[in-house]
Ligand binder design. Structure first.
Ligand code: MSP
Length: 615
């Protein structure tokens, strides 16, 4: 049996899943399901990348132990993928012990083979990317992707001899033995490699980063998160005893942000350890939201669970694939999702199924027998073309091609007007239409699995494989209509979609709700260290004459020195339920603007009365 191994990048657990990570994972899922209906042996791997400085910092910011922090987010990814009906065969987490041991084995092998050596390293590093950046990648001294100044690192480190692989990689990529698609991405990578590959640092001393895998040959160093992460593609199989059967990946999906490392460090690590290279990397574009970059700080990150809750998994899957030309950047807008849901899923497909099944159930309750196959209809279906589009990873084009046939089937209904027919003539038209619905359900099963299953169940047929996508296979249909496939989205939601809810599923609130907050101007009277948390202060706030003082525990230490805080006027939320933070009671919360690592306290003018209410 032919094998098919597909991977997604493993996602950083520094923040919750969003539409971007859902997109790559849905694409991979569609490919996996397509190859399963072709009766191939499929392994589909996804997972989470849980080490490194970025995650260490995010955990510290929330005052959490890093393991506890990543456990929570990895669970969110798993839940989100399960809501989207993702059919992965393993979910690899880089903090799992098996993975950590395998990475150490490979590090030992590379060290023994002298591909890793001790030296000094000096370069700019962007924590957002978790990558060293050449100066040509900086704009006004900042990382273009993260708008953040990189750190200049000069330090003792272990280096990997990447330079040694420059020519080999050039040849492998040029000749498509290591295939990079689309072609423009291949060109881009070739010119990057031609500009020269230097050896790279693959470790940091523990004083700098400690959240990672220890180098087996030097306990003072932690392995660079990318080396650890790449190996997931191997350990994800080994963990399930599937390495021998499935290595190497037939297709690895990712966005352009991580192409360079996947075209250089990753294959070099495989060559150095005598492992076969993956066949193809497919690089897709980036999602924007209503034309803007998707980012936490802009507050426009759309959560997949919110979308599934409101529109259903199939509509989200269908929309994400159909609306974006694979390889290009694309925009996410909830209005566009609703429009495709209503016009294509509910109208085109939903109505086709509903019209045909209603007539078949009403007129042929004892069974509708096979009739002559109508060439007029089946010649409109080009399965070879659909399959070849899927084999070339033109997933959105394959979906449009399938949709053409859904629309041809609708046209057939309109032309034949079965509601005006009776007896044999009616039976024959309905038979052809039921066959077209069954075939559509097979072809669409990788894209909208839940709805396909519902169709099979109403047709009283087992879910089919691609080979069964042929007219005239079913001898008798005893159908049973069961409700509506896609409910149209109308009324309030239609008028007022999205951004009513944000990433955190925050509803718009009423002024009455806002007025429940009691916020006051306060003066910071005293600042002390929290005895049990290195990043927290304990503040005593003065709320004016005759008022109680408030004690507030606050994470300001990285942004303010004690002397900068004393006597500062701030705004405090005073009617928050009291909380105990690491053993100390906190009776309120200060208002602050937060951007990346920077926290800036909101301050009223200095002549405003202490205790004044904030409206
Ligand atoms: N952990 C690394 C990957 C290691 S793989 C050995 C990483 N993680 S990530 O969480 O930043 O995920 C990057 C991937 O998520 C992208 O390559 C892409 O597949 C997906 N996307 C994240 N944001 C996206 C968009 N806005 N649009 C499309 N895909 C996006 O890099």
């Amino acid at each position: 049996m032919k094998k098919f191994y597909v991977t997604t990048p493993i996602y950083y657990t520094n923040s919750s899943p969003h539409v971007g990570s859902a997109y790559t994972t849905i694409l991979a899922d569609v490919l996996a399901r397509w190859h399963r209906i072709k009766k191939e042996d499929v392994f589909f791997l996804t997972g989470t990348d849980e080490h490194g400085q970025k995650i260490q910092e995010s955990a510290e910011k929330e005052n959490k132990d890093p393991k506890e922090f990543v456990d929570k987010i990895a669970k969110e990814f798993q839940e989100s993928f399960s809501l989207l009906n993702i059919s992965n065969d393993n979910f690899i987490r880089t903090t799992n012990k098996f993975h950590e041991k395998e990475v150490q084995k490979i590090l030992t092998e590379l060290y023994n083979k002298k591909y890793i050596y001790k030296g000094h390293y000096e370069s700019y590093y962007c924590v957002g990317c978790e990558q060293y950046l050449p100066e040509s990648d900086l704009k006004d001294g900042k990382c273009i992707l993260h708008n953040r100044e990189p750190e200049l690192r000069k330090e003792e480190a272990y280096l990997f001899k990447l330079s040694k692989f420059q020519n080999k990689l050039l040849n492998l990529i040029k000749s498509d033995k290591y295939k990079i698609l689309p072609k423009e991405r291949k060109k881009e990578v070739l010119s990057f490699i031609k500009s020269g590959l230097n050896d790279i640092s693959i470790s940091r001393r523990k004083e700098q980063v400690n959240w990672g895998i220890e180098l087996p040959f030097d306990k003072n160093h932690i392995c660079f998160v990318w080396v650890d992460a790449f190996w997931n593609y191997v350990t994800g199989l080994k963990e399930k005893n599937k390495f021998n059967k499935f290595w190497s990946p037939d297709i690895q999906l990712m966005a352009k942000d991580i192409l360079r490392v996947h075209a250089t460090i990753w294959p070099a690590l495989l060559l150095a350890t005598n492992n076969k290279l993956p066949r193809t990397l497919f690089i897709h574009g980036y999602f924007t939201v209503n034309g803007q970059k998707m980012s936490k700080s802009l507050g426009n990150v759309v959560s997949p669970s919110y979308l599934v809750e409101n529109y259903g998994a199939d509509s989200v899957r269908y929309f994400l694939i159909r609306n974006i030309s694979l390889g290009q950047d694309g925009d996410f807008s909830e209005e566009a999702l609703i429009s495709r849901h209503n016009n294509e899923l509910a109208n085109d497909l939903g109505n086709l199924v509903s019209r045909v099944l209603t007539l078949a159930e009403k007129n042929f309750s004892k069974g509708l027998k096979k009739s002559q196959v109508d060439k007029k209809l089946f010649l409109k279906l080009n399965i070879k073309k659909i399959d070849s589009l899927m084999e070339n990873f033109e997933i959105n084009n394959a979906l449009s091609e399938i949709w053409k046939f859904v629309n041809e089937s609708n046209k057939y209904v309109n032309e034949k007007k079965p509601w005006e027919l009776k007896g044999k003539k009616l039976e024959s038209v309905l038979y052809n239409l039921l066959e077209s619905i069954r075939i559509n359900a097979i072809l669409l099963s990788p894209f909208i699995p839940e709805s396909s299953e519902k169709i099979f169940s109403q047709l009283n047929q087992k879910p089919g494989k691609l080979k069964e996508a042929k007219f005239g296979l079913v001898k008798i249909y005893k159908v049973k209509k069961e409700g509506i496939l896609f409910n149209k989205i109308e009324g309030e939601k239609m008028k007022n979609p999205k951004s009513e809810k944000t990433e955190n599923n925050l509803d718009k609130i009423d002024i009455k709700d806002f007025n429940k907050l009691e916020m006051r101007v306060a003066r910071i009277k005293e600042v002390g260290d929290h005895p049990d948390a290195s990043k927290l202060y304990i503040l005593v706030l003065d709320l004016g004459k005759g008022e109680h003082e408030l004690q507030v525990v606050s994470g300001l230490k990285e942004n303010y020195k004690k002397e900068e805080l004393v006597n500062k006027r701030v705004i405090v939320l005073t009617n928050l339920k009291h909380a105990v933070i690491r053993g100390i009671e906190s009776q309120g919360m200060l208002l602050a603007a937060v951007f990346k690592n920077r926290i800036s306290l909101v301050q009223p003018d200095s002549d405003i009365e202490i205790g004044a209410r904030v409206m």
